[in-house]
Design a protein around this ligand. Sequence first.
Ligand code: NAP
Ligand code: FE
Length: 364
Amino acid sequence: MKLYMPTMVFQEKDAVRNHSEQMAHYGKKALIITGKSSSKKNGALQDVTDGLEQYHTSYVIFDNIEENPSIGSIMKAAELGRAEGTDFVIGVGGGSPLDAAKAIALMIQNRDSTEEVLYQQKDLRHLPVIAVPTTCGTGSEVTPYAILTRDDLKTKQSISHMIFPVLALVDGKYIEKAPSSVLANTAVDALGHMLESYFHSNATDYSRMFCQYAMEVWGTAADVLFGAEASEEDSARLMFASSLAGMAIAQTGTSLPHGLSYYLTYHKGIPHGKAVGIFLAGYLDALPEEFEPQVIMALRTLGFGSIGQFAGIMKELLGTVEITGEEMEIMADEIAGNQRKLAAAPFDVTREQILQIIQSAGKE
Ligand code: NAP
Ligand code: FE
């Protein structure tokens, strides 16, 4: 078994404030990467800039990372980072700015390279990345992945370089006032990471350990997604579950639901977590019989009964997505032709089964 998790994680209330000195000492000038507005409203950006100012580290902010970041935005931000002489990158926000920060850190360091290197198998260095997550979904603060939109391939794909943040400062307070749709979509992304990593051909006892505890923690806070009032403790738990699930996929990668989700996000603009969540019950259902005891264990740990009940609850939470018969065929072909995604499933998956998973997402 192998376990590699090189990120230093502080998971606590006021994590950024408590560890500002460490954050500020990664370089002389930081490039802060964030989304358009949420990090200004939830206080994360202020905490980061206060922390840098306290230790006299200068910074410049790029606050224009869109959801499902484009390569164009990466290049623009990297240009700013180079022009300003920045020597480390701090991603603040959901998975989009965190993933973007990793790709930007690579492009600043390799200043004479063009965007093609993002997807080339080359051994390249990158600036240090610090991550401050404000959604409870991607776990990007502890994963080496950076998923960008590829217009040339009409899909989304992780860059070829494995970039773990050096430091993750994780604080549940940033999601306390998040709209219910952001909470639901991102908590379901984390749920996808737990289930896809648990039922993955690369799973080991180490990676399952992260999944199992992530499911337990997620299960104790999930009421919040269905309208219960969130306590400070609930927000902290959803964040914790998301980071644990990130540590799991950092070991295994994701599987078919994530593979299928990219088509829906690229072509229909469906948010990442929802695009993953609608396929989860179908994925569990497609697992061969020998997995049944583990499926039951996983669902119980999360607080669900049968796969059928789980499917119903996901639909209630996320709604359905209309997928035409033609789109279903295209999606099935795409995955059936993707050896890497097929190999992620812990059984020999047929095109027919992929089609069934897709069809199950549309059923009432
Ligand atoms: P996101 O795309 O980063 O953000 C979605 C929306 O939520 C944005 O409008 C954002 O606003 C808003 N938002 C963020 N934090 C908020 C808060 N605390 N309160 C209110 N609104 C908030 O969402 P995400 O689901 O976290 O990230 C999805 C991306 O991560 C996808 O590209 C996905 O492929 C990727 N991903 C990466 C990994 C990995 O391992 N690296 C794993 C799974 C998914 P602003 O734009 O104003 O900030
Ligand atoms: Fe995900």
